[in-house]
Design a protein around this ligand. Structure first.
Ligand SMILES: [Zn+2]
Length: 88
C-alpha cells in the first residue's frame, strides 16, 4: 500500500490559494497544462510540472456566466451611456 517516498505532502490548499501558479512539490512555475475537460459544471485539467516532472489534475468549478461580454448575474446593469465620465 503506502508509497514510502511520500515523506512530505504538498500543500495543496496553498497551491489553490495561489491559483495554481506554483508546483506544490518543487515550487516551480513552469507548469504545463493540457486536456481541459469540462463536465457538469466542473472541469479538470491535466497539469505537469516541468521542474520535477510530477503530474496532477486541477479541478475547476463553474462560478459565473458571461453573456454578451459581461457577467450575467451582476446586480447592477452596466450603463450604456455615460454622460461625462472622462477617465484619465
Ligand atoms: Zn514541480
Amino acid at each position: 500500500m503506502g508509497l514510502p517516498s511520500e515523506d512530505k505532502k504538498p500543500d495543496w490548499k496553498r497551491y489553490v490559494d495561489n491559483q495554481g501558479l506554483k508546483c506544490p512539490y518543487c515550487g516551480s512555475v513552469d507548469l504545463a497544462c493540457d486536456n481541459l475537460d469540462a463536465d457538469g459544471g466542473y472541469a479538470h485539467q491535466d497539469i505537469e510540472c516541468n521542474g520535477c516532472g510530477r503530474e496532477w489534475q486541477d479541478v475547476y468549478r463553474l462560478v459565473d456566466v458571461n453573456v454578451d461580454g459581461g457577467p450575467a448575474n451582476a446586480d447592477e446593469p452596466v450603463p450604456d451611456d455615460h454622460p461625462d465620465s472622462q477617465e484619465n
